[in-house]
Design a binder for this molecule. Structure first.
Ligand SMILES: Nc1ncnc2c1ncn2[C@@H]1O[C@H](COP(=O)(O)OP(=O)(O)O)[C@@H](O)[C@H]1O
Ligand SMILES: [Mg+2]
Length: 406
């Protein structure tokens, strides 16, 4: 089993997928733009061969170089787990004659408007939305939909350049800020709670499923620096509250023709019980969501994904024991972390349930909270009871405080 894996060491969690592939018996042919000598030591034992390309994002150049490098060698799979490379992987599959999801299918997971059209065509509920290229298009769409509306890039990520607009004045104020975005989506604002639906699929059928809740909704967390964003996996997937969301998710996988691999979807639950599709990618969720899922079941999904991709078999336990919360912290002030308050007391109280603590240490420079989901670090805690997981997440959000200064 020879697997061509794009960007095997960057972002850093890719090393875990490379490990997974090697552990299930695959020979991993890595392709990335890191020079071979600069690859992390940890990834090297898992790579059978490695090609450095000048730019992993340059699809045409990548395809040409990989073809030449492979020569007569045959590969069985071409995989990418990083959102910006899933289309390049599909292109390589087509060029090399390797089975797996086609370019057109993957496009349905990348282009947010096409995605919504395909999902809506299957009779599933998506936000009422228009694609807009000019300011006039945006105004017309907003008036047709009615305020409040959401304005966001068609090709967005991490809630960047995303705005909730209440009225005409706000619209006129925000429009100049969107001039650098070539194409925006103007959408009905869907008020409600926000969840994920994550899977590992074999030919579109989930062999592993997960639901997690965002607290608060990502756009609110991204707009207010003082918030410690929290994401909690739901251990009980049979509870009525999320049943319709899971059904929606399965319908979306069918509508988009999902193949084999990870998916990460977001959906909204309105107060009247209605569920609405948000977006989906054919890759795992970021910001340590896979670690959270691993702690939820006490399993290794990096390896199980690899087993599924290589051998079409999922071997880990389906038993979801814990509700697992990740709490992202943001320091007060700018510059360098000077103090971390409350961490020792927190560990004394909840150490038994603490899975990971990776707050930036004193002396480290703050990260840009708008540009990174992990902010100035995070804690992961888990508990079999939902209320207790929430209580511990709440305590980490309020009782642990980081302070920075220049
Ligand atoms: N139509 C909508 N109604 C309500 N909130 C939305 C809508 N579209 C986006 N949002 C908010 O903005 C966030 C980011 O939008 P999303 O479509 O998930 O793009 P991305 O995560 O790729 O930036 C969502 O998590 C949600 O909080
Ligand atoms: Mg999103």
């Amino acid at each position: 089993m020879q697997v061509l894996f794009l960007s095997p060491a960057y972002p850093p969690e890719m090393i875990e997928y490379t490990r997974g592939l090697a552990e299930v018996g695959a020979k991993v042919l890595g392709v990335g733009d890191t020079p071979a000598h600069a690859l992390p030591e940890r990834v090297k034992p898992y790579l059978s061969d490695y090609l450095q390309v000048p730019s992993i994002m340059n699809e045409g150049d990548l395809v040409a170089r990989v073809k030449q490098w492979l020569g007569h060698r045959k590969v069985d799979r071409v995989e990418a787990q990083w959102e910006i490379l899933v289309l390049a992987a599909a292109r390589l599959r087509e060029v090399l004659g390797v089975s797996g999801m086609s370019y057109d299918t993957v496009l349905g997971f990348r282009d947010k408007q096409l995605m919504k059209e395909r999902v809506a065509k299957a009779g599933l509920r998506v936000p009422y939305a228009f694609r807009a290229r000019t300011e006039k298009d945006v105004r017309d769409a907003a008036h047709t939909i009615g305020f409040p509306v959401i304005l966001k890039p068609i090709a967005g990520a991490g809630s960047a350049d995303t705005y909730r607009i209440q009225n005409n004045e706000e619209l006129e104020r925000i429009l100049p800020a969107l001039r650098h975005v070539p194409e925006v989506s103007v959408e009905e604002f869907v008020d409600g709670e926000e969840f994920t639906f994550d899977t590992i699929c074999i030919d579109g059928e989930p062999v592993y499923m997960n639901v997690a809740q965002y607290l608060p909704r990502p756009l609110i967390a991204r707009t207010n620096e003082w918030i410690s964003p929290v994401i909690v996996t739901v251990s009980d997937l049979n509870q009525p509250k999320i049943r319709k969301g899971i059904e929606l998710g399965k319908g979306v996988l069918k509508a988009l023709g999902m193949g084999t691999g990870f998916t990460h979807m977001e959906w909204y639950l309105k107060s009247n019980g209605e569920v609405v599709f948000g977006e989906i990618g054919c890759r795992p969720g970021g910001a340590h969501l896979v670690d959270q899922m691993n702690y939820t079941n006490d399993i290794d999904l990096f390896r199980e994904w690899a087993r599924v991709v290589c051998w079409r078999h999922f071997a880990a336990s389906q038993r979801r024991v814990y509700n697992t919360a990740i709490i992202f912290k943001r320091a007060q002030g700018e510059g360098y972390i000077r103090q971390v308050h409350g961490l020792e007391a927190y560990k004394r109280r909840f150490g038994q349930w603490l899975c990971a603590e990776q707050l930036l240490p004193v002396g480290a420079h703050r990260r840009n909270w708008k540009q990174t989901l992990v902010s100035d670090g995070f804690l992961i805690v888990r508990h079999p009871r939902w209320e207790d997981a929430l209580m511990m997440a709440d305590a980490a959000a309020t009782d642990i405080q980081m302070f920075a200064s220049r």
